[in-house]
Design a protein. Structure first.
Length: 150
């Protein structure tokens, strides 16, 4: 039972830290709701002239998947490099199989268009020229207002 005491202690510390974070957040958070001017977007004093895109394109997530795949591959190659001479041919074959699996997943992502970004899409004009007043009005309006981009 003595062996599990450090694990239990870390578990208790994690729960205490999480609870303390929630309590501190509720005690230190501002009490009043922000005004419409504070909710309006501010871009270095420049009034935005178009609506922001509502979603990231799927290709963005495919590039993120490629990064994660190669990041994991590198993590698994470090132990192999450390004991390369002890593994002999068996280790080499296993690493080659692993590399082939990673290469196949990379080719799958590329075939789905992960690296072909294509032409930039133009946003439709949904509102007249934006000013600070129209931005504040848009932020305070109901979500189903007619000028909002879908």
């Amino acid at each position: 039972m003595e062996q599990y005491l450090p694990i239990f202690a870390l578990l208790v510390l994690g729960v205490v830290f999480g609870a303390a974070s929630f309590v501190a957040s509720s005690l230190l958070a501002p009490r009043k709701k922000p005004s419409a001017a504070k909710l309006a977007p501010y871009e270095c004093g420049i009034v935005p002239d178009r609506e922001p895109p509502t979603r990231f394109p799927v290709r963005f997530y495919l590039v993120a998947m490629i990064f994660i795949i190669f990041d994991i591959e590198i993590v698994f190659l470090y132990p192999f490099a450390v004991i390369f001479k002890q593994l002999h041919t068996f280790g080499l074959v296993e690493v080659l199989v692993f590399a082939v699996v990673v290469l196949v997943s990379f080719l799958y992502l590329v075939s789905n268009g992960a690296l072909s970004w294509g032409p930039a899409k133009q946003l439709r004009v949904g509102m007249p020229t934006r000013t600070s007043e129209s931005t504040i009005a848009r932020v305070t309006a109901a979500p189903s207002s007619p000028g909002r981009a879908a």
